[in-house]
Design a protein. Sequence first.
Length: 239
Amino acid sequence: MSSTGSPTLRDFYEDPAVPVASGDARSRRQARLLAQALGATPGQLIVDVGCGDGTAARAAAPVLAGHDLVGVDWSQDALRRARPRMGHVVRGELDCGLPLADGCADAVLFSEVIEHLVDPDHALDELRRVLRPGGHLMLSTPNLAAWYNRVLLLAGVQPVFSEVSLRGIHGRPGTQVVGHLRLYTARALRSYLSASGFREVRITGAPFHGVPRALRLLDRAACAVPGAASILLAHARRG
């Protein structure tokens, strides 16, 4: 979900060829963390902000069974694809205010969204607004300091996940432009969420589905050190 009215960015994110998730492994790991945080009370409202085409929600659904999951995205095309996978979806934009009441959500999923935003400060304010006091934020984003990015930077190569253009790949591995505007390290993400009014910020790691097969065992092992993992998973509570 883009946080800008720029036609260029809107056209980019409406393109169905642009990837919208970082793999089922991340989605299931994130869902398990959230299910543990929510406890045994059923029927809690989980809002998936920036749900995309619903792929991540479909992977997480078995883990979050018994809770009410609602998807929100600004892209009509994404919502069309998400509806059969999630059931309950609604169009909304972070810039204009989500179509949700103050304090209505027990938890918010914010997966692979913050790295695409022009104004993440406003986005986090809006997520705090819709969360009840003490409600849970589950956020995931690529790690600028992933183990392979550290090696690439030493070699003078642009890190994976980072973008210098929406028109093509320049100076980094990969072939797919994904539209990342911001990247975070574990330390930066923890500090940022705390400064944005969230408490009990915990960072864990998750693997990335795009890692070459020969390196996947190493990528999974890196999750034991969140600061070096491919994907950062942040769990925080509304202060």
